[in-house]
Design a protein around this ligand. Structure first.
Ligand code: BGC
Length: 483
């Protein structure tokens, strides 16, 4: 008998008595492979703390720990109009943010779907596309034209090194992007050049990682915020480090940056444990990595981010169907053979099916894969989704716990955004439970560290960071390395 977790929602309960023994045995083995015990979580967190520290050291490590040059915490009093753009996985979002100065704001925004070819387009096509969208947006919101140059915060959610706030040298594409001639280059002048070509008065004042934006936006409205997190197509976190605790910056800063000044760090911890010391990888994770455009990179992200959850499911099902001949007998598996045919909404829909006979699962499989499923098969599929979803949530909080332990945070709000956090069923409950497993809070104690829904990082966050940057520049303070 396969047991569901004690906190599984009522609709998940069900018996597996109609599932053949051989299939049950496979399921049992999958449970073992995908379950991350509290002890394992704590082991991962201990290694995570080392890697965070290594990333800040002169020698460096797997986790880049990129200083984001946001050296002030928002007070909530920041004011003014700012443009912000966010290059996401499927859309380009352009936002006009009006910061009210009283922890309040107003936004006007448009979304422009990225054409399908964009992930592998040429660099010029990418920047031209963004500049065209900006032009359209500015013409809409300022029909009479604008009388001064508009400051823009560019949220670029990829690992980009920054020697100053308005710079971002792309280290490597993640999340399936693969555009030539961008890696190793500063993306800000490329964007600025394309903007100049279309003739709109915009100045790119800051390049921001989505996690840093999330951190700052949430702090603008909630002073108890201690970090910004994204659980979406990719995974990552940002927090404020103290300058004197960042060895790799020592001797490289201007005098106006005090040793006890805060510095936002974009951890880029999707790259955690690329050396594979502690991550409990299954053979499916190994295969995903090998077949990805960047083997050996983003090892942590590949196990828990939204880009990969559907693909992990596909590989498990393919093995059960083809190699083991235990499900989908006599059916055409052509579509199941197509890599990345199932995005994360697929396991999410399966987990959400409220019907006893899992009729939604039946529909999903017919729609997406043209495969007919039996009730026992659907029970097994759902359980596999639960295992993948639960593992994702449990691994996801390891970064949170590591940052808290490193900085000595014993309470506070971890502001989270991203499709997995917002939409994947039970992610929040599972993540909260995993944090409890790590910290071992007393049963009668309320969670002192909680994951809360973030404010809009790539809109409001980018605007607040632009405002903080303008203020520093006006005060003659530095926003980058001393030259
Ligand atoms: C990127 C990060 C980003 C995260 C969440 C990762 O793949 O490397 O820069 O913050 O995804 O979007």
């Amino acid at each position: 008998m396969v047991h569901l977790g004690p906190k599984a929602p009522a609709h998940r309960k069900g018996t597996f008595t109609d599932v053949p023994d051989v299939l049950l045995a496979e399921l049992k083995s999958l449970e073992t492979q995908f379950t991350v015990s509290p002890d394992k979580l704590r082991e991962i967190v201990a290694h995570f703390i080392n890697e965070l520290e290594k990333g800040l050291s002169v020698a460096g490590g797997n986790i880049p720990m990129i200083p984001g040059w946001v050296m002030d915490c928002p007070t909530g009093k920041e004011k003014g109009d700012y443009l912000a753009i966010d290059l996401g996985g499927t859309n380009l979002r352009v936002v006009l943010v009006r910061l009210g100065g009283n922890r309040d704001f107003d936004t006007t925004q448009s979304k422009y779907p990225l054409p399908g070819y964009m992930r592998t387009a040429t660099s010029e096509q990418l920047w031209d596309f963004i500049a065209d969208c900006l032009k359209k947006f500015v013409e809409e919101v300022y029909p009479e034209g604008c009388d001064s140059e508009l400051p823009l915060g560019f949220t670029f959610s990829y690992p980009a090194s920054q020697n100053k706030i308005n710079e971002g040298v792309l280290q490597r594409w993640t999340k399936g992007w693969d555009i030539n001639d961008v890696e190793g280059h500063d993306v800000v002048p490329m964007l600025q050049k394309a903007i100049k070509k279309v003739g709109v008065p915009i100045d790119v004042v800051a390049l921001i990682n989505d996690t840093t934006g999330t951190l700052v936006a949430s702090m603008y409205t909630d002073p108890e915020t201690i970090m910004g997190l994204i659980f979406g197509t990719g995974v990552n976190g940002a927090y404020y480090e103290i300058v004197k605790d960042i060895p790799k910056l020592q001797g490289k800063l201007s005098d106006d940056i005090a040793p006890d000044s805060p510095m936002a760090i974009n951890c880029e911890y999707g790259a955690f444990d690329n050396e594979l010391v502690v991550l409990p990888r299954t053979k499916y994770d190994v295969q995903i990595d090998l077949e990805s455009p960047k083997p050996g990179q983003q090892s942590f992200e590949k196990m828990n981010s939204g880009y990969y959850l559907g693909e992990i499911l596909r590989l498990v099902l393919l093995e059960l169907a083809e190699e083991k001949q235990l499900i989908f007998k006599g059916q055409d598996l052509t579509k199941l053979h197509q890599a990345y045919i199932m995005d994360t909404s697929f396991p999410a829909r399966i987990e959400e099916d409220p019907f006893e006979n899992l009729s939604e699962v039946y529909d999903v499989f017919m729609e997406v894969l043209s495969i007919e499923t039996t009730v026992p098969e659907r029970k097994v599929i759902r359980r596999v989704c639960e295992l993948i979803g639960e593992r994702s949530a449990r691994l996801s909080v390891c970064g949170i716990a590591a940052i808290c332990k490193k900085r000595g945070y014993t309470k506070g709000h971890c502001a989270a955004d991203g499709s997995v956090y917002n939409k994947y069923p039970d992610f929040k409950v599972r993540a909260a439970k995993a944090l409890r497993d790590i910290f071992q809070w007393k049963d009668d104690e309320e969670d002192p560290i909680t994951i809360v829904a973030a404010e809009d990082g790539s809109g409001v966050g980018a605007a607040v960071i632009s405002a903080l940057t303008e203020k520093r520049l006006k005060q003659g303070k530095s926003v980058g390395l001393a030259v």
